[in-house]
Design a protein around this ligand. Structure first.
Ligand code: GTQ
Length: 344
């Protein structure tokens, strides 16, 4: 490839004249911003084992009262971006949040979209847009952009969940902010809002809802049953996966990040092609190995890892007798909307 001129090739007085007028020559940086064939990727394959993280999260429960934290979260930060950036990938933020019995994380709403994947404990709930969404292991609860949400806990043991937000993306756009609110009035009904059966939607007086986020809670029991029936229905199917969708539109449940659940059959090795979006894997049940280029992570229950985009990934079920279940988050809706989505 043609060598381009360097900054040092330009006379100092010329460079100073440019700087004073807030001007920059493109050619010394052109290959940096438009590298050949593949982007410059900061996201590093990173594994956060739950058993090492958990005691530190519980310790945060002793060190910092909820009033001093509002959200008591340890952020799963990717060293490739610098820990202070608090991002798992270019667009994905991950945090492990702890709520202790009786605690209350007050109501607020913000521009980034969030979801919660419940990791351990019973008795906690998130109230989203007036809907009380109980939390059980493996449930996915949406708190989409702009909706009020608060977390409470009526149970007896600590509750932990994984927060997945598009915060890095929204922050980079200079569009990230929050508003504090009053405690919400809980409306009748639960977070599924009548969307508890696939292919059948509530339509009172023949009307479909205009609510852009009709379903807020996706119970793990239903996701697991769907995966098991897909697997049983087509024993030759390699990629046993569901996408969490908006039941009214069939589109991804949120606008920027995509959410999925994946089943690996006993002993299965699943090769995923290199795709442009970065992705996150969280083990709901079973044991998996995630191979990302030269890295290999052994995931046990509640472990989380992330993988950069443009990289093939191999998933292996470490058990020969039991299926393995993974929650997956990625940047597909964002890449698709931007027109940069690729499968290589
Ligand atoms: O629970 O509302 O991990 O606002 C980061 C920001 C969780 C939340 C996070 C948040 C929340």
């Amino acid at each position: 490839m043609n060598e381009l001129g360097r900054l040092e090739d330009l006379p100092l007085d010329y460079r100073q004249a440019l700087t004073e007028l807030n001007l920059v020559p493109l050619w010394p940086s052109l290959r940096g911003v438009l590298p050949p064939n593949k982007p410059r990727i900061l996201t590093r394959p990173t594994h956060w084992p739950y058993q090492t993280l958990r005691p530190l999260l519980l310790k945060a429960g002793e060190l910092t009262p909820i009033e001093k934290a509002e959200r008591r979260v340890l952020v799963l930060a990717n060293p490739g971006h610098g820990l202070e950036k608090m991002q798992a990938s270019a667009a994905i933020y991950l945090g492990m949040q702890l709520l202790l019995p009786g605690e209350w994380a007050p109501s607020h709403r913000h521009t980034p979209n969030a979801v919660r994947m419940i990791v351990e404990g019973e008795g906690a709930y998130t109230t989203v847009d007036g809907q009380k969404c109980p939390m059980s292991r493996g449930d996915l609860i949406l708190t989409p952009t702009g909706l009020w949400h608060e977390h409470g806990h009526d149970g007896t043991d600590p509750v932990v969940w994984l927060d997945v937000l598009d915060l890095p993306m929204v922050y980079y756009m200079e569009a990230s902010y929050h508003i504090n609110g009053e405690r919400q009035k809980v409306l009748p009904g639960q977070g599924e809002r009548g969307y508890s059966r696939g292919g059948m939607l509530p339509s009172p007086v023949f009307q479909r809802t205009a609510n852009p986020y009709p379903m807020l809670r996706y119970p793990w029991a239903d996701a697991k049953a769907a995966l098991l029936s897909i697997a049983a229905n087509d024993p030759a199917l390699e990629h046993v996966q569901i996408t969490y969708v908006n039941p009214e539109t069939g589109a991804h449940a949120e606008n920027i990040l995509g959410f999925y659940a994946l089943m690996l059959r006993p002993g299965q090795t699943l090769k995923l092609p290199a795709r442009s979006p970065a992705s996150v894997y969280h083990q709901i049940e079973g044991r998996s190995q995630v191979q990302i280029e030269a890295c290999s992570f052994d995931l046990v229950e509640a472990d989380t890892c992330c993988a950069p985009g443009y990289t093939p990934i191999t998933l292996v079920n470490k058990s020969a007798t039991d299926p393995a279940f993974l929650f997956v988050a990625d940047e597909t809706p964002l890449h698709t909307k931007l027109g940069v989505y690729e499968v290589r």
